[in-house]
Design a protein around this ligand. Structure first.
Ligand code: 5GP
Length: 188
């Protein structure tokens, strides 16, 4: 029988409280605004995990911004591990050729997904391509990723909240937290 998901009781530890995320997103927005210095910018984000970050970050960037959304899924792997084999479920809706593009990610873990996306987007001939991630787990990196804007470095723990899921749940939490082991072992 499937276990009832109790959003808050399943969290063992709050790693990043709501106000810390808010302050960091504002800081990233200021850095990005200064870095592009008035140039138009295309933000590309990857559904579904980056949705809250993208929505908050774009409102902290004081530039003429265009947005686009992709959705990818990885084949193989497990519920908490990616395999590096990426399938594009939703592609860009407009050309990025000649544009300054900032790829907005929720988390970089092994880097395999982003490595694929970077190569894919470079193939579309943007004028420039930079990477912004809210969370970075450098301990697990398998491929080198040039991160231009980084929110938080976090330890090697599986986190949920602020867009990040386990089994499609917990995305709507306003903070980032670590699940209790019980929530892993019998969540269906
Ligand atoms: P990577 O390819 O870098 O290993 O993993 C990228 C994707 O794996 C992320 O976009 C995210 O969907 C998922 N992922 C990696 N680490 C975590 C984590 O700690 N929590 C959650 N919920 N997803 C993660």
């Amino acid at each position: 029988m499937s276990r009832t998901v109790d959003l808050h009781a399943d969290i063992g530890e709050v790693l990043l409280p709501e106000d810390a995320i808010r302050d960091k997103v504002a800081e990233l927005g200021r850095q990005i605004t200064a870095d592009y210095a008035g140039r138009p910018l295309t933000l590309v984000s990857v559904l579904k995990g980056s949705l809250p970050f993208m929505a908050d970050l774009m409102r902290q960037i004081d530039l003429p911004v265009r947005i686009d959304l992709m959705e990818v899924s990885s084949y193989g792997g497990t519920s908490t591990e990616t395999s590096g084999l990426v399938r594009i479920i939703k592609d860009l809706s407009a050309s990025i050729a000649g544009e300054d593009v900032l790829l907005v990610e929720d988390i970089i873990d092994t880097g395999l997904t982003l490595n694929y996306l970077i190569r894919y987007l470079r193939g579309k001939n943007p004028a420039s391509l930079k990477i912004c991630t809210l969370l970075d787990k450098p301990a697990r990196r398998l491929v080198e990723i040039p991160v231009d804007f980084r929110g938080f470095e976090i330890p090697d723990q599986f986190v949920v909240g602020y867009g990040l899921d386990f089994g499609e749940r917990y995305r709507n939490l306003r903070f980032v937290g670590v699940l209790r082991p019980e929530a892993y072992s019998d969540a269906k």
